[in-house]
Design a protein around this ligand. Structure first.
Ligand code: FAD
Length: 137
């Protein structure tokens, strides 16, 4: 099974709040572990940014389920590629909360201080999530 990485951004739908994230993470951890999918999810009041890594068919199947989810909208694929190794092998689905996404980290990986993944390169998004995951160990 070809190892694949997929990164997308989406807008959080009205009414969704930080306590609802627990439900997504619980479902994700259970399903992803069974499918050997790993990755990272960033959540702010405006955006979801998620990286999914795993076998090509499994990642595509999960992405198709996520596309149907009414808890977010304007889903934009930022990066899709075959990879040599995982960036998040220890996380069935890691979570980066809003307060970790500082002006400094935005400045390092994007053109400004504000977090807006619609204006970022997919590879920069992955690098940023990797840096944030490593800093929260
Ligand atoms: P069902 O459970 O039958 O749900 C059908 C629809 O009902 C969903 O599409 C959604 O619109 C809605 N729904 C389901 N549960 C709730 C709820 N608790 N509250 C409100 N509405 C609900 N799933 C994973 O397995 N792995 C992931 O990595 C993952 N990442 C996600 C990231 C984001 C940003 C979002 C929004 C969802 C994510 N999910 C993830 C959840 C995924 O979209 C599906 O809901 C889940 O996989 C169950 O799929 P299903 O086909 O069984 O849908």
């Amino acid at each position: 099974m070809y190892l694949t990485r997929l990164v997308y951004v989406s807008r959080v739908c009205a009414g969704f709040n930080v306590s609802d994230i627990e439900g997504i993470l619980a479902a994700a951890k259970e399903y992803n572990a069974k499918q050997c999918i790993t990755g990272m999810l960033c959540f702010t009041p405006e955006y979801f940014l998620q990286c999914l890594e795993g076998g090509r068919a499994n990642v595509n199947k999960l992405y198709q389920r996520i596309l149907l989810d009414e808890r977010h909208s304007d889903i934009l694929l930022l990066d899709y590629q075959e990879i040599k190794e995982r960036d998040f092998p220890e996380w069935s689905m890691g979570y980066i909360p809003n307060n970790k996404i500082t002006n400094e980290i935005n400045l390092k990986y994007s053109g400004g201080r504000d977090f807006n993944p619609y204006e970022m390169r997919g590879e920069s998004c992955t690098a940023m999530m990797k840096a944030l995951a490593n800093s929260s160990r």
